[in-house]
Design a protein around this ligand. Structure first.
Ligand SMILES: *Cc1c(COP(=O)(O)O)cnc(C)c1O
Length: 459
């Protein structure tokens, strides 16, 4: 018989986790005003809040940490990291930063100014924040297919290049660069095809513009190119990664994702002028150019992580687990953004809790129900996250209302996936009886989801 699939690693160190009782969870979630960000992590059994910085490092990464060179300037660990990045991407200039948003802050300080227009595919919220805080505009040119969760499309993260062309032609002097997020996090961890990246390059060249990749999950993106795009099946991940970056001028990176470290990030580029511009901000914001907020040991682990996670086996194990969870949801008929993305499953709460009015936040309600059911912490990517309209101060109900289940890398087993799916099924089975959601009792003016306080709507 054919041998079943199994992980491409075995486990050398474990961390105990503890299930709790429903009674305990009812108390805990009340205590934190129905906002899972406020839960102490020990009150969580399976933590799917994010895949950022929550992965498990390998034995090679831990041993590399012992080789950390903690020299203030010119540490050996920096050059090891830089050489790895240059080998993978072709970018000769590298600036370390303490995480991804810091890379955005440093580079955009040099490149983005008031009145600018930055087109891209569903800018990540920190990316958008760093554009808008400079009084520039982020224009989302993601293909329309990404907004229909039930539509199957192999590259739902793609850029609508006709729209991109139009945006640049209407603002020829206001576009400092195009930014392509790989994979497209906000659209559901959806990949961008190599063909689409080539089309973006063509549009950029037509107008003499440069292209940045927001690269947090570039390796997962390369995996999808290999497994879904015509003519790519027999190529190595590293070959595909190089082809991708050959189409860009620079990158920002949150190493907490595809470099599988707990903290870290960087900027890389092929252009000296971008490097010189970013340098001026890197030193005051992050630190000297050969550490930028990172320890020597962390740069060592980052270098090894990048190398390991651009190998097929590691990525195959990871994506297989996300797809395994998706297959269980398929079995139970639970709707999510299709096909499953690279780092998470996004359950379509508006299609599950159809009796909860949108004013009572269905995705947040589903997040709380899943926690109450089994101590699983997901995250609302919906109407609460969308904040209020800056002008009318009305809630924004125009987008999708999703429960994100982000899967940390190399952290949980397929048995945990079975628990997650079963818990969701239990909630799904009683969905008709869930008719009321939550109302906001306290909220911050911006990025309210982290600190918002809620109360059950029926009271
Ligand atoms: C996480 C993320 C960022 C920001 O990185 P941090 O390390 O969290 O600061 C930027 N872009 C994308 C696509 C991300 O997923």
């Amino acid at each position: 018989m054919e041998l079943p699939f199994a992980e491409s690693w075995r486990i050398k160190m474990v961390e105990p986790i503890r299930p709790s009782s429903r009674q305990e969870r009812e108390q805990w979630i009340r205590d934190c005003h129905y906002n899972v960000f406020q839960l102490p992590a020990w009150q969580v059994y399976i933590d799917l809040l994010t895949d950022s910085g929550t992965g498990a490092m390998s034995d090679r990464q831990w041993s590399a940490m012992m080789m950390g060179d903690e020299s203030y300037a010119g540490a050996r660990s920096f050059f090891k990291m830089k050489d790895t990045i240059t080998r993978l991407t072709g970018f000769g200039y590298v600036i370390p930063t303490h995480q991804g948003r810091a890379a955005e802050n440093v580079l955009f300080s040099a490149l983005v100014k008031e009145g600018d227009v930055v087109p891209g595919n569903s800018h990540f919220d920190t990316t958008k924040g760093h554009i808008e805080s400079r009084k520039a505009k982020a224009v989302d040119c993601t293909i329309a297919e990404s907004r229909d969760t039930q539509l199957e499309h192999p590259f739902k993260g793609n850029v609508d290049t006709e729209m991109l062309d139009r945006v640049i032609s209407e603002n020829p002097d206001k576009v400092p660069f195009i930014i392509v997020t790989i994979t497209n996090n906000t659209a559901g961890g959806q990949p961008v095809s190599l063909e689409n990246l080539r089309q973006v390059r063509r549009v950029a060249d037509k107008y003499g513009k440069r292209v940045i990749f927001d690269s947090a999950r570039f390796a997962e993106n390369a995996y999808f190119i290999k497994t879904r795009e015509e003519g790519q099946a027999n190529r190595s991940i590293k070959e595909i990664v190089r082809d991708m970056f050959d189409l860009a001028d620079g990158m920002t990176m949150s190493a907490k994702k595809d470099a599988i470290v707990n903290m870290g990030g960087f900027i890389a580029t092929r252009h000296e002028d971008w490097f010189e511009g970013a340098k001026r901000f890197a030193i005051p914001f992050e630190g000297y150019l050969t550490y930028g907020g990172m320890n020597g040991r962390d740069m060592e682990a980052l270098a090894v992580g990048l190398d390991e996670n651009t190998e097929f086996d590691n990525l195959h194990t990871r994506i297989h687990q996300v797809q395994f969870l998706a297959s269980l949801l398929d079995e139970y008929g639970i709707p999510y953004q299709r096909p499953a993305g690279g780092h998470a499953i996004f359950v379509d709460a508006s299609k599950v809790l159809t009796n909860v009015p949108k004013e009572e936040f269905p995705a947040q309600t589903l997040t709380v129900e899943l926690y109450l059911e089994a101590g699983i912490r997901g995250c609302e990517i919906g109407y609460i996250l969308a904040d209020r309209d800056p002008v009318t101060r009305e809630n924004r109900f125009g987008g999708l209302d999703l429960l994100r289940l982000a899967i940390p890398r190399r952290t949980y087993t397929d048995n945990h996936m079975r628990v997650i799916a079963a818990a969701l099924k239990n909630v799904y089975d009683r969905r008709e009886s869930i008719t009321r959601g939550y109302v906001i009792t306290e909220e911050a003016p911006l990025m309210r989801h982290f600190t918002v306080k809620l109360a059950p709507a029926e009271q």
